[in-house]
Design a protein around this ligand. Structure first.
Ligand code: ADE
Ligand code: ZN
Length: 334
């Protein structure tokens, strides 16, 4: 199974670039920028990852971003992830980035997107990994801040495929950002939103993203399992769900295998992703391996998860068809 997982071409659709900051690179960037860190060694940093909820993870995640200052820092961060993606045979990535986590501490939007975009171009040319960018708004900031960030992004619209919504969901429902997402759609962006695992009012949040926001994909959203009206709406609209099993275990204590496999078996186009792999210790192949192991997935189910990742990606049809043909060729040969 591990061999099949490694050889299958995959798309990664739920990946926060700031969540790929490995401790080694954090030390390099801290030194380069003359920033004092709390810990002295990589082991000390890893040992400090004791979060057990979304909120406790986010505290560590945002604090670490202090080391990201220059265009080169954002470039190096993104290239390091894309090299890892290539090693995992990830062929297409839709990368989330959190501009407000940087602009709010004085790093210009142009610095963030400049470094990310240069890495996307270089990786396409040198690594054979096709990548796109999705700009996420921080839902624990105001809707006005999100709207001004949306306006700030418009000169770079041709480099950004869509917008998402992340950070702390508690008390920050999708409806808070209805006007921002309506404007984003008018500007030509595709739409996705996090409906994080086991959040307060999660079923109402999933209903809002379906009915009110009318997203083009849902990040996580697996609490829909066991709620027939939500599953039916997801199936009717043929919406993709981006699940992140190892992340689920860190923030809720369970990979939520039953939800993920239950939705897969119901025909929902769910795929497997790594979320914040530097913090959760698992890139996409490791997520697939752990899910396959815990759920005793069949080879057909693993192939279906890889197919789904391309099916629900925002690739143009010709590229989608080409990658799906590659998946099918690997599946037939194994
Ligand atoms: N930002 C980075 N990772 C996140 C996650 N797993 N959920 C919500 N916001 C995030
Ligand atoms: Zn996420």
């Amino acid at each position: 199974m591990a061999d099949l997982i490694a050889r299958l071409p995959k798309a990664e659709l739920h990946l926060h670039i700031e969540g790929t900051l490995e401790p080694e690179l954090k030390f390099t960037l801290a030194q380069r920028n003359g920033i004092e860190l709390e810990h002295r060694t990589v082991d000390e940093v890893r040992a400090s990852y004791t979060f057990d909820s979304l909120a406790s993870f986010l505290t560590v995640y945002y604090d670490s971003m202090r080391v990201l200052v220059t265009v080169d820092d954002f470039y190096d961060l993104t290239m390091a992830y894309l090299r890892q993606a290539a090693a995992d045979n990830v062929r297409h990535v839709e990368i989330f980035f959190d501009p407000q986590a940087h602009t709010s501490r004085g790093v210009p939007f142009s610095t963030v997107i400049g470094g990310l975009r240069r890495a996307v171009v270089d990786a396409g040319r040198d690594l054979g990994v096709h990548a796109e960018l999705i700009m996420c708004f921080l839902r624990d900031f105001t809707a006005e801040h999100a709207m001004s960030t949306l306006m700030e992004s418009l000169p770079y619209k041709h480099w950004i495929l869509g917008v998402g919504l992340d950070s702390d969901e508690r008390g920050n429902p999708p409806s808070k950002f209805a006007a921002v997402f309506a404007r984003a759609r008018q500007e030509g962006y595709l739409l996705t939103m996090h409906c994080d695992i086991d959040q307060e009012n999660i079923h109402e949040h999933i209903r809002q993203v379906l009915d009110d926001i009318q997203v083009d994909r849902i990040d996580h959203g697996t609490n829909a399992f066991g709620h027939p009206e939500l599953v039916a709406a997801i199936l009717k609209r043929d919406l993709g769900l981006t699940s992140c099993p190892v992340s689920n275990r860190w923030v809720t204590g369970s990979m939520k295998t039953d939800q993920i496999v239950g939705l897969l078996d119901a025909g929902v186009k769910i795929c497997v992703n790594s979320d914040d792999p530097a913090y959760f210790g698992a890139y996409v192949n490791e997520n697939l391996r752990q899910l396959a192991d815990e759920a005793a997935l069949s080879r057909d189910q693993v192939v279906q998860l890889a197919r789904n990742s391309f099916e629900v990606s925002w690739l143009p049809e010709n590229l989608r068809a080409a990658y799906l043909a590659e998946v099918d060729a690997v599946a037939a040969a194994s």
